[in-house]
Design a protein around this ligand. Structure first.
Ligand SMILES: CC(C)(COP(=O)(O)OP(=O)(O)OC[C@H]1O[C@@H](n2cnc3c(N)ncnc32)[C@H](O)[C@@H]1OP(=O)(O)O)[C@@H](O)C(=O)NCCC(=O)NCCS
Length: 227
């Protein structure tokens, strides 16, 4: 009890020091309930541990899910669907989904690899029927969609388009970006919010629009990592 009181006091103190004071009446969350950094860390550890356990159970059931201990879940658990495909997450992959779960689906024959320290935000959906390979240190804004299959054919008798997607390192997809089958995005590139990527993107390029077009090249050394 004493310990809980101390935790609440210290989280309140931390909040007081870092935020402009507003009345409890106007706040959607009373200040005493705003988790401090220590509570957030504990909560992240618990959520990440729960995620690792859920994935271990899936592996026991024969699903091809590979992940190290260091995958971080800071809020809602992502929805992981392994329907005959394979999913690999590297160390430090982070799911930051405070209000909408991310959804990762490997369909039969699909293979998804998410590189180290890549950040996946609210509502991101990644589906693969072939291969989606994502490099390290990428950042995916809310509601991004990455699909390597169209799911349906356009013309009668035509096959459904299925083609691999390759996303390099340190790529930032702004909010609501869509990446379509067969696309390769080069290292360090940025795709502006709301864009639809229909063709290959060279490295170190800012792209925007639907379909996404090159806007300008980006200044980035090879070791650059966005924060
Ligand atoms: C990527 C981004 C930061 C680029 O910003 P920037 O380098 O300052 O680019 P600018 O604002 O100077 O825009 C350059 C050009 O691209 C166009 N552009 C920028 N964003 C665009 C978009 N989302 N869609 C279409 N065109 C866009 C601008 O109209 C401008 O065109 P012009 O030269 O003909 O006037 C910005 O476009 C963006 O997407 N911001 C939102 C990021 C986001 O989603 N954050 C959420 C958290 S992940």
């Amino acid at each position: 009890m004493f310990r809980m009181t101390r935790l609440c006091r210290s989280s309140r103190l931390a909040t007081d020091m870092t935020m402009t004071p507003i009345s409890d009446h106007a706040s959607p969350c009373p200040r005493s309930q705003v988790p401090g950094p220590r509570m957030s860390r504990i909560s992240q550890k618990l959520r990440s541990g729960l995620f690792a356990m859920r994935m271990a159970v899936r592996r026991l059931r024969g699903q091809k899910i590979t992940l190290p201990d260091g995958v971080l879940v800071t809020a809602k658990q992502p929805t992981i669907k392994c329907r005959g495909g394979a999913i690999t997450m590297e160390n430090g992959v982070q799911f930051r989904c405070t209000h909408q779960r991310a959804r990762i689906s490997a369909l039969p024959g699909g293979n998804i690899v998410i590189g180290a320290r890549t950040l996946i935000n609210n509502g991101v959906a990644i589906s693969s029927a072939a291969q989606v390979r994502i490099g390290p240190d990428c950042k995916f804004g809310e509601m991004c969609v990455i699909l390597d299959t169209d799911y349906h054919q356009v013309d009668e008798g035509a096959p459904v388009r299925v083609a691999q997607i390759e996303i390099g390192r340190n790529v930032w997809l702004g909010r609501s970006v869509m990446v379509l089958p067969g696309v390769t995005i080069g290292d360090h590139s940025v795709i502006a919010s709301g864009s639809i990527v229909t063709a290959d993107v060279p490295e170190k390029m800012l792209m925007a629009g639907a379909p996404a077009k090159a806007i300008r090249s980006i200044r980035a050394s090879d070791s650059f990592r966005r924060h």
